[in-house]
Design a protein around this ligand. Structure first.
Ligand SMILES: *Cc1c(COP(=O)(O)O)cnc(C)c1O
Length: 391
């Protein structure tokens, strides 16, 4: 009997080793990884540069606590703010914690203005994490059910609907922020209309609200730019990053700019592990590699290539509703629940994921080669056609 609480349904495979875009199971079978630990291992498994940085740091100093100066945290803060165009950062250990920090910033912003019920506008279909505040912010009933009472202060509108955001403002004078994902990740790779983020940016500026972007899945070159907001020049006031930041070492960051950058004063937030030397050393190595390899360009080019290949093979096939993607964040929406595709792909030696019930999701590592990208296209198309029963 397992002593681990059964919160996950797990595929029947155990990986024991990885290298680049490949994983090996306990029987020595090799798999091409088109999920990268859910957008985490963007630089591939057992990346030698990252492994070296981690090993070196582990042999020097892993943790001291935030009661002392941490030089690596200062350096990571500087590098991350530079690439993100932000002013300050708070480090935690996960995406959910980064969003918790963002939510607390919005509350402080409102409370400083003497608002009694500061409200954050959030969207349907969103995912922001599994802590109480972040699951309350998420637009997914399934992850909220059973945990009532939920955290209040969120006002939900449909995704990709600026008019709905404007309408909330007419009725609620206590709005302080808008929290959105630039592309819905867990929600099924939903890409908003061009101009969505730019219009939200303009509206937030006009009203004095904080634009808070959850770039935990989209950030760090995944969508073909360093951050997805750059596609529209929609510079946020608050932005959260995690997943790829440590290439597997747990770390999350909440970045802020302008007025929001100075809201967290002494004693307002904290984390025992947050920004420890080991995690910061790993993240510094990740940023250095991403910049040196121009991975945003790579993700844009390979993403186009995979999207074109999948579209050619699957568009118009009965049962396929839409093939879509932005950089190396791709989805194939079917007309029926398709969890089974994960197991069918596994049997063919490929790792993919199914999200929002009906969408096959691909988040390959950014280091995949052109032939590996081609292989993903072929195996995914064959698996989906096989699942749908078309030849
Ligand atoms: C994964 C994810 C989170 C939660 O991150 P955790 O590290 O699992 O807490 C939040 N927001 C988005 C958009 C995500 O993709």
């Amino acid at each position: 009997m397992t002593h681990v609480m059964p919160t996950y349904s797990r595929l029947p495979v155990t990986f024991v080793r990885g290298e680049g875009a490949y994983l090996w199971d306990a029987q020595g079978r090799k798999y091409l990884d088109a999920l990268a630990g859910v957008a985490v291992c963007a630089l591939g498994h057992a990346n030698p540069d990252i492994a070296k940085a981690i090993a070196d740091q582990a042999g020097k100093l892993i943790h001291t606590s935030n009661w002392y100066q941490i030089e690596l945290q200062e350096r990571l803060g500087e590098q991350l703010c530079r690439v993100a165009g932000m002013d300050t950062v708070f480090f935690g250990n996960s995406g959910a914690e980064a969003n918790e920090a963002a939510i607390k910033l919005a509350r402080l912003y409102g409370n400083n203005k003497k608002l009694r019920n500061p409200t954050i506008i959030v969207t349907e279909g969103s995912f922001h994490g599994r802590t109480l505040a972040t699951l309350s912010a998420s637009g997914n009933r399934r992850i909220q059910a059973g945990f009532e009472p939920l955290v209040g202060g969120f006002n939900r509108v449909p995704y990709n609907d600026v008019a709905a955001v404007r309408q909330v403002a007419e009725h609620n004078p206590e709005v302080v922020a808008v929290l959105v994902e630039p592309v819905l990740g867990e929600g099924g790779i939903v890409i908003p209309s061009p101009g969505y983020l730019a219009q939200l940016r303009a509206l937030c500026s006009e009203r004095g609200w904080l634009l808070m972007l959850d770039e935990i899945q989209t950030g760090l070159c995944r969508t073909g730019r360093w951050f997805a907001y750059q596609h529209e020049n929609a510079q946020p006031d608050v932005m959260t990053v995690a997943k790829a930041l440590g290439n597997g070492v747990p770390i999350g960051a909440c970045l802020a700019r302008g007025e929001a950058a100075h809201l967290f004063q002494l004693g307002k937030h904290g984390s025992t592990y947050g920004g420890n030397p080991l995690a910061c050393r790993a993240a510094l190595a990740v940023l250095e590699r991403l910049e040196a390899g121009r991975f945003e360009e790579r993700a844009a080019r390979l993403g186009k290539h995979i999207l074109a290949g999948l579209t050619a093979r699957l568009d118009g096939v009965k049962g396929v509703k839409q093939v879509r993607g932005k950089g190396l964040m791709l989805g194939i929406e079917l007309d029926r629940p398709c969890k089974e595709v994960m197991l069918k792909a596994l049997e063919r030696g490929l790792l993919v994921n199914v999200t929002a019930d009906k969408t096959v999701r691909l988040l390959p590592p950014l280091i995949i080669s052109d032939p590996e990208a081609g292989q993903i296209v072929e195996v995914v198309s064959d698996t989906v056609r096989d699942f749908l029963g078309v030849s």
